[in-house]
Design a protein around this ligand. Structure first.
Ligand code: PLP
Length: 361
C-alpha cells in the first residue's frame, strides 16, 4: 500500500473540452496553450491527445523542445519569444513560431542570416501593460519586421486583461484598439483566451488561444457562470487514512486552530501542501469524501489535512477523497482558498503520481 494521493488525468475530458472550444469559435483556428507542463497535467500527454488542435503555445524554448523531442510536429508558438539571441538557432532548427514583444527582440532578429525564415507574431499591448509594443509603436515595429528578409510570415497578437469579467469596459477598449491597429496592416490575428472565446465572439478573429478551458476549469471570474459545459481533466484524489472520534472542545491540527463544537468524527486525508493542496485553504473549504461534500477543518499540514465527518459518521479509513476534479470543481476549491484554479492545477507537486487514463508516468 503506497500513499494514496494521485492526480488522475482524463484525456477524453480534454478532447471534449477542445470540441467545446471549436463549437464556440467555429470559424477560428485553435492554438492550444500547453505551457507550464500543460497547466500541470503533463504537457506531452496533453499535446499528444490534442491532435485536433491547429497549433500549440508554450512559454519557453525548453517547453517547445520537449514537444519536438516527443515527435510533435504541429506549429508551436513561443508566447514570450526568445529570451536571448542565442535561442534563435534552435528556433530556426525546430521551426518554432515567435512572439516579438519588444525592441530588443527586433534587434536580435536583424542579426540573423538573411536565409532565415521565421514566423513572427507581433504582440501589442492593448491595455494589460504586461508584454507588447504600445499601440503607438506597433506599426513601426510591424514595418521593421516586414522589411526583414528573415521574417517569412507576420501576424498580430494581443491579450485581454479582464476577459473573465465580460462586462468590464477594458474588454471593448482592448478589442477596438487591436482591431483599429490590425486594419492598417492586414494579416491573421489572435486575441481571445478561454474567457473571451466563450463570451466574446467578436474577439475570435483568425486564431483563438484557449488554455484553462481545455483543462475543464471555468475561465470566468467568481460570480460569472461558465457558458458551456466543461469536463474536469485532473482529479486530485486521495483517501482517509484515519478517522478519530473527538470530544467537544478537542482542537484539531497545528496551532489548535479548529475546536470541535461537539463530540464528532474527524477524518485525516493523505494530502497536504507538500502535494500542492493550498496551505491557506480555510476551514470550510469543500472536500469530497465518498462522493459527498465534507468540510476541511483546521490548518492544512504538509502531508495531511483534516475533515469534518459529522455528515458521514459511517466513513472509515480507506474511503475515497476528492480534493478537486470530478464532482468538485477546482474553481470552488480555489475560490474558498482565495486563489485561482490555474495556480492549483499548476501547483501539484512532483511527488504526486500522475495516472493518465490509467497509465502511470
Ligand atoms: C498570451 C496568452 N494567451 C493565451 C493564454 C491562455 O489563457 P487561458 O488559460 O485563460 O485561456 C495565456 C495564459 O496565460 C497567455 O498568456
Amino acid at each position: 500500500m503506497t500513499r494514496p494521493v494521485r492526480a488522475h488525468i482524463d484525456l477524453s475530458a480534454l478532447t471534449f473540452n477542445l470540441s467545446q472550444a471549436r463549437r464556440a469559435a467555429p470559424d477560428s483556428r485553435v492554438m492550444a496553450v500547453v505551457k507550464a507542463d500543460g497547466y500541470g497535467h503533463g504537457m506531452l500527454a496533453v499535446a499528444t491527445a490534442l491532435q485536433d488542435a491547429d497549433a500549440f503555445a508554450v512559454a519557453s524554448l525548453d517547453e517547445g523542445l520537449q514537444l519536438r523531442n516527443a515527435g510533435i510536429e504541429k506549429p508551436v508558438l513561443l508566447l514570450e519569444g526568445v529570451f536571448s539571441a542565442t535561442e534563435l538557432t534552435a528556433v530556426m532548427q525546430h521551426h518554432f513560431e515567435l512572439v516579438v514583444h519588444q525592441a530588443l527582440q527586433l534587434e536580435w532578429l536583424e542579426t540573423l542570416d538573411v536565409s532565415a525564415r521565421l514566423s513572427v507574431w507581433l504582440k501589442v499591448d492593448t491595455g494589460m501593460n504586461r508584454l507588447g509594443f504600445a499601440p503607438g509603436d506597433a506599426l513601426a515595429a510591424w514595418d521593421r519586421l516586414e522589411a526583414m528578409p528573415q521574417v517569412e510570415t507576420l501576424q498580430w497578437m494581443s491579450h485581454f486583461a479582464c476577459a473573465d469579467e465580460p462586462e468590464h469596459t477594458a474588454n471593448d477598449h482592448q478589442e477596438s484598439t487591436f482591431r483599429q491597429l490590425c486594419m492598417q496592416r492586414e494579416a491573421p490575428r489572435s486575441l481571445a483566451n478561454s474567457a473571451a472565446l466563450l463570451t466574446r465572439p467578436s474577439s475570435h478573429v483568425e486564431w483563438v488561444r484557449p488554455g484553462i478551458m481545455l483543462y475543464g476549469a471555468s475561465p470566468m471570474a467568481a460570480g460569472h457562470a461558465c457558458p458551456v459545459e466543461l469536463r474536469p481533466v485532473m482529479t486530485l484524489g486521495s483517501e482517509l487514512i484515519a478517522v478519530h472520534h473527538c470530544r467537544k472542545g478537542d482542537a484539531v491540527g497545528y496551532g489548535q486552530a479548529w475546536v470541535c463544537p461537539e463530540d464528532m468524527p474527524v477524518g485525516v486525508v493523505a494530502a497536504g501542501y507538500g502535494d500542492g493542496y493550498p496551505r491557506h485553504a480555510p476551514s470550510g473549504t469543500p472536500v469530497l469524501v465518498n462522493g459527498e461534500v465534507a468540510e476541511l477543518i483546521g490548518r492544512v499540514s504538509m502531508d495531511m489535512l483534516c475533515v469534518d465527518l459529522r455528515t458521514q459518521p459511517q466513513a472509515r479509513a480507506g474511503d475515497p477523497v476528492v480534493l478537486w476534479g470530478e464532482g468538485l470543481p477546482v474553481e470552488s476549491v480555489a475560490g474558498a482558498a482565495g486563489t485561482i484554479s490555474y495556480a492549483l492545477l499548476c501547483g501539484v507537486t512532483p511527488r504526486v503520481p500522475r495516472r493518465t487514463d490509467g497509465v502511470s508516468d
